[in-house]
Design a protein around this ligand. Structure first.
Ligand SMILES: [Zn+2]
Length: 217
């Protein structure tokens, strides 16, 4: 079932146009890493069915895990079913890339002309018919995938994340960890974190490691 691990790598890649190195998983010293800078997964090469390239501009992923392993750690155990119960409260969005409308150059309005019976031309600035006045056109991203939004509190309207013990996560970050747990058939997971610090958490699935940044409460 190595193919499932290739699938997992793709859940963790990033789409930051300023950091093209993170668009793809990256092989380094026998381990393939994928990250969007909020989450990161490390899978040994022998657990994967595809071959991966090495890009020297990829972030130093191994160091992220090594630094964590020497830190003073606590852990919390979470039931995967409980995480699912929280995740369904988050709104799902398919990510799209917006491109500027070339017709109106992003202004959303263009000059319309009307020629009357006396051959006099009238002009008016109105909604651009190409983009319906939006100034941009949505196109599906190359690697379209779902994203989970923060959860809207029904009473206050505030946007909330998901708490697990004293940890607090953005639903989209937790969703990636959840998907690994699900595909690995785990009923519970043990999330390790640095005591008293915000920042990294790491969960181990055999020789696969998943790093998730936590939010400030
Ligand atoms: Zn337009």
């Amino acid at each position: 079932m190595k193919e499932l691990n290739d699938f997992l790598l793709n859940l963790f890649t990033g789409e930051d146009e300023f950091r093209p190195a993170i668009f793809f998983p990256n092989l380094k010293d026998g381990v393939v890493y994928a990250t969007d800078t909020h989450v990161m997964i490390a899978i040994p090469e022998y657990e994967l069915s595809l071959t991966y390239n090495t890009n020297e501009n990829f972030p130093n992923a191994k160091k992220q895990f090594d630094d964590f392993e020497v830190a003073n750690k606590d852990s919390v155990i979470a039931r995967v079913a409980d995480i699912a119960k929280e995740l369904v409260k988050a709104r799902i969005q398919v990510d799209k890339a917006s491109v500027k409308c070339e017709e109106c150059d992003g202004y959303g309005r263009v000059a319309w002309e009307y020629c009357n019976r006396k051959d006099k031309t009238h002009y008016k600035y109105e909604e651009c018919p190409e983009c319906d006045g939006e100034g941009s056109i949505d196109k599906t991203a190359t690697f379209a995938r779902i994203q989970l939004q923060m959860i809207e509190d029904e009473e206050t309207g505030n946007l909330c994340g998901i708490s697990i013990g004293e940890l607090y996560f953005h639903p989209f970050q937790l969703y990636r960890l959840f998907m690994v747990a699900l595909l690995k058939g785990c009923e519970t997971i043990e999330i390790f974190y640095e005591r008293g610090a915000i920042g990294k958490t790491v969960t181990y699935f055999g020789d696969i490691k998943v790093l998730v940044m936590r939010l400030r409460h």
